[in-house]
Design a protein around this ligand. Structure first.
Ligand SMILES: NC(=O)c1ccc[n+]([C@@H]2O[C@H](COP(=O)([O-])OP(=O)(O)OC[C@H]3O[C@@H](n4cnc5c(N)ncnc54)[C@H](O)[C@@H]3O)[C@@H](O)[C@H]2O)c1
Length: 389
C-alpha cells in the first residue's frame, strides 16, 4: 500500500473538513489509491496549531508553515488559510516539488492566480483547487446528462448562492470582509463556487455584466484570525472598521457556446443558509439542483409523452457517479463531508495515476479572471470581457 504524507496549513473550518476527508477517504474508496497520513499541521496561532494537531490527528504541529515546505517527508501541501496567503504558500510548495490541494478561491486577483498556475505548470506537481460542491453526486449526474446530450444544446441557466450568516451587522469584521485578505466578498467567497459548477457544466464564460453592493459598510473589529462565520457576535461598544468588499453581487453571463445566464451571490439573504442552486435549460430538457436537497437531481425531458412530461426527481445512489463507493441505498444522505471525501479521492488518484486533477490551477485562474471581470463590470456598469488566457 502506498502512503502520502500531508502537511496542512491553517487549522480552522476547512482544516476540519479536509482532515475528516483524509481519514474517511479509504473507508469509502477501498482499495484506496494511497493512504493519506496526517503528518504536520501549521497555524500562525499556536493554540490553534496545537489543538488542530490533537483534534484532527496530526503527528506534529508548527506555527511556521515553511516547516511544512522544508520537510522532505511531506508529499502534499494542503492550503486552508485565508485567501491572501494562498499564493506565497502554493508557489513555495510547487518549487519544493510538493503536490498541492488549495482552498478556493485560488487567489485574491487573477494576476496572483496566473503566477500560481505558472508555478505548478513549470514544476509538474499535481495541484487542485478545492471547489468541492461540483463533486456532489447529483452535480456529477447533471454533467453526465449534459455530456450525453440528454437535455440537448444549453440555451440558458441561472445559479444562486444565498447565505445569511453575515446579514447581522454584529457579525465581526473577519478576514472575509477585508479586500487585502480575501480579494472580494460574496463574489469570491461563495459566488465562485457557482461559477465553478456552471463553467464546468455549460462551458467558458466570455463576458459578464455585474452589479455589486455593500449593504453593511462597517463591522465590529474582530480579535483573532479565525472567522466564526457569524457565530460570534460583537458587543455593542466594540469599535468598528469599514468593510471594503461586496456583500451581494449579481451578474449576467454570456458564454462562448452562445448560452447565457445569471448568477447571484449574497450573504444578506435572511432565511437562506447555504442555498446553492442552478437550473439549466436545454433544447431537449432541463436540469435543476438545490444543495439543500443534495441527494436529488430534478430533470425534465422534452421527449416524454405530453401527459407525463415534467420535472422528475432522481435520488442519487449506487448507479450514479461515485455512488458504488458511498452508501448502499439512495437517499441515506450525502453531506458536505462526502463532497470533501470525493475531492480527496480524486486528488490522491491524480497523484498516483499521474493525471491532471480537476478543477486544476488553470481552472482556478480562469475563475479569478471571471471574478476580476465581474468587479470591473460593477465599476464600469458595462459588459466586460473575461480576459483571454
Ligand atoms: N470549499 C469550501 O466550501 C470552503 C468553505 C469555507 C472556506 N473555504 C476556504 O478555505 C480557506 C480557509 O477558510 P476557513 O473558513 O477554514 O478559515 P478560518 O478562519 O476558519 O481558518 C483559517 C486559519 O488560518 C490561520 N492562518 C491565517 N494566516 C495564517 C498563516 N500565515 N499561516 C498559518 N495559518 C494561518 C488562522 O489562524 C485560522 O486558524 C479560505 O480560502 C476559504 O475561502 C472553502
Amino acid at each position: 500500500m502506498k502512503y502520502l504524507n500531508v502537511g496542512l496549513i491553517g487549522a480552522g473550518f476547512m482544516a476540519k473538513a479536509h482532515s475528516i476527508a483524509y481519514a474517511g477517504m479509504p473507508m469509502f474508496f477501498w482499495p484506496a489509491p494511497a493512504i493519506p497520513v496526517k503528518k504536520m499541521i501549521a497555524d500562525i496561532n499556536e493554540d490553534a496549531a496545537r489543538e488542530g494537531a490533537a483534534k484532527f490527528s496530526f503527528e506534529s504541529y508548527t506555527t511556521n508553515w515553511k516547516d511544512i515546505i522544508e520537510n522532505p517527508d511531506i508529499d502534499i501541501v494542503d492550503i486552508c488559510t485565508p485567501n491572501n496567503n494562498h499564493k506565497e504558500i502554493a508557489i513555495a510548495a510547487a518549487k519544493a516539488g510538493k503536490h498541492i490541494l488549495c482552498e478556493k478561491p485560488l487567489a485574491i486577483t487573477a494576476e496572483e492566480a496566473r503566477e500560481m498556475y505558472e508555478a505548478v505548470r513549470s514544476s509538474g506537481v499535481k495541484a487542485m483547487v478545492a471547489y468541492n460542491y461540483r463533486r456532489t453526486p447529483a452535480v456529477q449526474l447533471a454533467k453526465k446528462y449534459i455530456e450525453e446530450g440528454a437535455i440537448g444544446d444549453i440555451l440558458d441557466f441561472r445559479g444562486t448562492y444565498l447565505q445569511d450568516w453575515s446579514a447581522d451587522p454584529a457579525s465581526p469584521l473577519s478576514w472575509r470582509f477585508q479586500k487585502k485578505l480575501c480579494g472580494s466578498g460574496a463574489l469570491g467567497d461563495i459566488g465562485t463556487h457557482v461559477v465553478d459548477m456552471l463553467r464546468y457544466l455549460v462551458g467558458d464564460f466570455l463576458q459578464v455584466n455585474a452589479r455589486t453592493a455593500t449593504y453593511i459598510q462597517k463591522r465590529p473589529i474582530q480579535s483573532g484570525l479565525s472567522d466564526s462565520l457569524g457565530n460570534a457576535k460583537a458587543d455593542l461598544d466594540t469599535p468598528t472598521a469599514p468593510v471594503d468588499v461586496d456583500d451581494q453581487c449579481c451578474f449576467m453571463v454570456q458564454c462562448a457556446s452562445g448560452a447565457f445566464g445569471t448568477i447571484e451571490a449574497t450573504r444578506n439573504a435572511w432565511g437562506r443558509n447555504n442555498y446553492i442552486t442552478f437550473e439549466i435549460h436545454g433544447s431537449k430538457g432541463s436540469i435543476y439542483f438545490n444543495y439543500e436537497r443534495r441527494d436529488e437531481l430534478q430533470v425534465c425531458f422534452s421527449g416524454d409523452p405530453g401527459d407525463r412530461r415534467g420535472y422528475r426527481t432522481i435520488y442519487t445512489g449506487p448507479p450514479h457517479p461515485y455512488g458504488e463507493n458511498l452508501w448502499p441505498i439512495p437517499a441515506l444522505g450525502i453531506g458536505y463531508t462526502e463532497t470533501k471525501i470525493i475531492e480527496c479521492y480524486d486528488f490522491i488518484r491524480s497523484i498516483t495515476e499521474d493525471t491532471q486533477p480537476s478543477p486544476s490551477f488553470y481552472d482556478g485562474y480562469a475563475i479569478e479572471l471571471i471574478s476580476d471581470a465581474v468587479l470591473r463590470s460593477a465599476a464600469s456598469r458595462k459588459w466586460e470581457d473575461v480576459q483571454k488566457m
